[in-house]
Write a protein that binds this ligand. Sequence first.
Ligand SMILES: Cc1cc2nc3c(=O)[nH]c(=O)nc-3n(C[C@H](O)[C@H](O)[C@H](O)COP(=O)(O)O)c2cc1C
Length: 393
Amino acid sequence: MASHKIILGVTGGIAAYKAAELTRLLVKNDFDVQVVMTESACHFITPLTFQALSGKEVLTSLWKSNASNGMSHIELSRNYDLIIIAPASANFLAKLTHGLADDLLSSLCLARTCPIAVAPAMNVHMWTNEATQRNVSQLKKDGVLFFGPDSGEQACGDIGLGRMTDAEELFKSIQNHLTPKILNNKKLLITSGGTIEMIDDVRGITNLSSGNMGFAIANTAASMGASVTLITSTHQNFSENIKVIHTSDAHSMHQAVLEHINNQDVFISVAAVSDYKPKEKFKGKLKKSDSDMTLQLTPTIDILKEIGLSKNKIFKVGFAAENENLIENAQKKLKAKNLDLIVANLIHESMGLEDTKISIIDKNNVIDVPKSNKIVAAKAILKEIAHRIHSDK
Ligand SMILES: Cc1cc2nc3c(=O)[nH]c(=O)nc-3n(C[C@H](O)[C@H](O)[C@H](O)COP(=O)(O)O)c2cc1C
């Protein structure tokens, strides 16, 4: 079952093309999206585009109803978690303010029983016009959420406020709004990405970890209300409210963990930390020769084990990426490293990929999460963590 049901209302403006990307992001992240377009919107982008992206017929008319009683506008106002209007034209904001209901989208907005958010998109002078600003202030009083607009260069050549917020930012705002704050007041320390152990000044031993799982966990935890510190080797588009510390090798990651572990509630070790490093790092660049070369390796510190076996009362979560005997090996690791929870995944089903198939394991249970993208998997992991740290009290 999809995680959230959402109506995406598209109105007539150049930014309608950005709603296509928003649809793709929502669907990719397990949202059930019903697109409803105004007649003007269909002049800018075809319903077929949204149908292909959402996998559902796009609704455009009050008079072509799919509902058995012929009243799509009432049917559609029920059982949805959110209506998002993106782009929201100046005209549509005016209609919403005054409760006009002369097409399908405005009618279902008037009949809604769920929250509504708008992402305005218009020329700067349309946005700053007193009439629009009066409407905006009334809509805010009525509880309508505003995502944007942003400032910048506009399609008409003007510069200023009125650009529709980009799809990725909109997606984050929607996700944030719909995510229950089950980690409010909790502090999470997360490690993520791979490590690189330098052989000389330009070469190193590394692995295929993309950092995507840690990225998904960190962003989702922040949207669940947690205060997140992320120690990572990767450079991604993290939520602004995440404290990001960049490290490169196992040693610097270890140092950063020790520096930040105090007063945290949860430690999640997602990073693929190298088990070995070169015994000696060569200065400069090693010269090529025709003879064989032997590189002596020495173990790195096992950060997760050190924290697991420490007296720290923090809730400890590890990851086990295995080739075979997944559950058995993960259970052994859970015990050996004294963890509260371990997330097990097969390397070929997860590492470096967008999707993953995980099992969440504690002392007594194995919870299998079906193959999903990493944000959906992150939600499942964080729900299990939240459930356990709240019931520990
Ligand atoms: C080329 C073109 C671009 C337009 N861009 C916008 C826009 O970005 N924002 C806006 O509020 N209106 C824009 N309009 C005007 C709206 O399309 C018009 O007000 C329409 O009635 C809106 O209808 P709707 O709110 O039912 O979708 C544009 C019109 C044209 C012809």
